[in-house]
Design a protein around this ligand. Structure first.
Ligand SMILES: Nc1nc2c(ncn2[C@@H]2O[C@H](COP(=O)(O)OP(=O)(O)OP(=O)(O)O)[C@@H](O)[C@H]2O)c(=O)[nH]1
Ligand SMILES: [Zn+2]
Ligand SMILES: [Zn+2]
Ligand SMILES: [Zn+2]
Length: 314
């Protein structure tokens, strides 16, 4: 969680803590921990709402996480080359600064929205929701969210995605799952990238990397690939197709899914576990958003929320 690095407040959620925002410091001095807990709860609530957007549009949304430079954007470029002919792909890019990654994706003919997080080392659900205002999800099959390069904070924020994918690249060393367990426990799939460099870096042992992952009691598939040469992208592309089909089957019966590990605040909500959570079964009791969204979504449907908000909390 981001309590330690102080990055909880982002351009996406600062309206909640500034001025007369709902988490703004009260005259009696609301404790910082209460405010941070409130931000996580708000994040999870916004994430559930984002997931409703994705589900209404029949989109499978994947959150890509890794160290800076592990090869997320390159993998997206290669994936678009391979699947773009028969699947409609869209991308949300998160970086501290620059449009560079979005420009690379758009060069492939795929819509990409860049989120510049400023100082925040992760994306949160509010930032993703804002990005959705600039993205037409109609007809989109796969939405990739490329998170900020960082192996710590992104794992703690639910964005509304269905699956988490974590990358570990050969040059960064094979012990990353041991050192950053929170990230790798949250992964539904682990990709060992830049495998073309294995001959140059014999100290990287993919079996050891997978062993560290298994030590975390993770059963996530571990795939070794490269965006260079022959690449061995087949298993990754097949995983995407299987996940897309599985999500479509869930949607047929009004269900959805969420990543293996939830953000800390998600425990406060009562919506089913992984693979559970009927879309309409939000079921938690809490104060009304009061946001009423207050802005025009511009993404072509109204925001009925579709879940029961229960009674306002005392
Ligand atoms: N040898 C090799 N280099 C790669 C591979 N994939 C990416 N790279 C290189 O690694 C560098 C970083 O790749 P990116 O795709 O930009 O990495 P990223 O994870 O998107 O980086 P951030 O968005 O900054 O976190 C670039 O110079 C890529 O060309 C690969 O499979 N093999
Ligand atoms: Zn990138
Ligand atoms: Zn919305
Ligand atoms: Zn709600």
């Amino acid at each position: 969680m981001c309590d330690t690095c102080g990055c909880n407040i982002t351009p996406g959620n600062e309206h909640l803590v500034r001025g007369d925002g709902k988490l703004a410091r009260t005259a009696d001095g609301r404790a910082a921990v209460t405010v941070l807990q409130g931000l996580l709860t708000e994040n999870d609530h916004q994430a559930a709402h984002n997931r409703e957007h994705f589900d209404q549009h029949g989109v499978l949304t994947l959150n890509l996480m890794s160290s800076p430079g592990a090869g997320k954007t390159s993998l997206l470029e290669a994936t678009i080359d391979a699947l773009g002919g028969h699947l409609k792909i869209a991308v949300i890019e998160g970086d501290l600064e620059t449009e560079n990654d979005a420009v690379r994706i758009r060069a492939k003919g795929v819509p990409a929205v860049q989120i510049a997080t400023g100082s925040a080392c992760h994306l949160d659900a509010h930032m993703v929701h804002a990005a959705l205002h600039n993205l037409d999800l109609d007809g989109v099959d796969l939405l990739f969210i490329e998170n900020v390069g960082n192996l710590v904070c992104p794992a703690s924020f639910d964005l509304g995605q269905h699956r988490n994918v974590a990358l570990i690249s050969v040059p960064e060393g094979d012990d990353k799952p041991a050192k950053y367990p929170v990230m790798f426990r949250a992964a539904d799939l682990v990709l060992c990238t830049k495998s073309d460099l294995l001959p140059l870096l014999p100290e990287f042992d993919p079996r050891r990397a997978e062993g560290y992952l298994r030590n975390l009691a993770s059963g996530a598939p571990f795939q070794i690939l490269s965006t260079r040469g022959t690449g061995q992208l087949g298993p990754w592309l097949a995983w995407l197709e299987v996940e897309l089909a599985a999500q479509r089957a869930r949607r047929q019966v009004g269900r959805t899914t969420r990543p293996a590990i939830q953000a800390a605040g998600a425990g406060l909500h009562a919506a089913g576990g992984p693979d559970g959570g009927a879309v309409s079964g939000h079921g938690h009791t809490h104060h009304h958003h009061g946001d009423g969204h207050g802005h025009d979504h511009g993404h072509g449907h109204d925001h009925g929320h579709g879940h029961d908000h229960g009674q306002p909390q005392a």
